[in-house]
Design a protein around this ligand. Structure first.
Ligand code: HEC
Length: 106
């Protein structure tokens, strides 16, 4: 009985630890990207004015881009205003971000 309780405790702790280690794509997006891309993936009119080339995320946007395409833009940047993130975010963080933005439906 006691060992069962202990096992349960360890399993819970291990699960909590795994969750804490996986980067949180939503939190990363809010902290680093939402100011330009908008927290729902729709840039504000002011941002559109400043960066006319900024995309609206969504199904049709992601339909034309693979995960590898998105990761390449995150890593190396695109154009003048989408800066590279490779020196500021880890590969795991960029992967979490790529997964998160794909779920946005502005
Ligand atoms: C300073 C404003 C700014 C910030 C901050 C910013 N972006 Fe961008 N982003 C842009 C602009 C402008 C473009 C359009 C680039 C182009 O097409 O020339 C863009 C384009 C993109 C694209 C589309 C690339 C494509 O395939 O056409 C993705 C994906 C993207 N950004 C993700 C992110 C993520 C994730 C973050 C946060 C880590 C982020 N951006 C932060 C301005 C920004």
């Amino acid at each position: 009985m006691r060992s069962l309780v202990l096992f349960g405790l360890f399993a819970t702790l291990a699960a909590a630890r795994a969750a804490a280690q996986a980067p949180d794509g939503k939190a990363l997006f809010e902290a680093n990207c939402a100011k330009c891309h908008g927290s729902t993936g729709r840039p504000s009119p002011a941002i559109k004015k400043m960066f006319p080339e900024i995309p609206l995320y969504g199904e049709s946007f992601f339909a034309t881009r693979s995960d590898a395409d998105i990761l390449a833009v995150l890593t190396n940047g695109k154009g003048k205003n989408m800066k590279p993130w490779k020196d500021r975010l880890s590969a795991d963080e960029m992967t979490a971000l790529a997964r998160y933005i794909r779920s946005l439906r502005p």
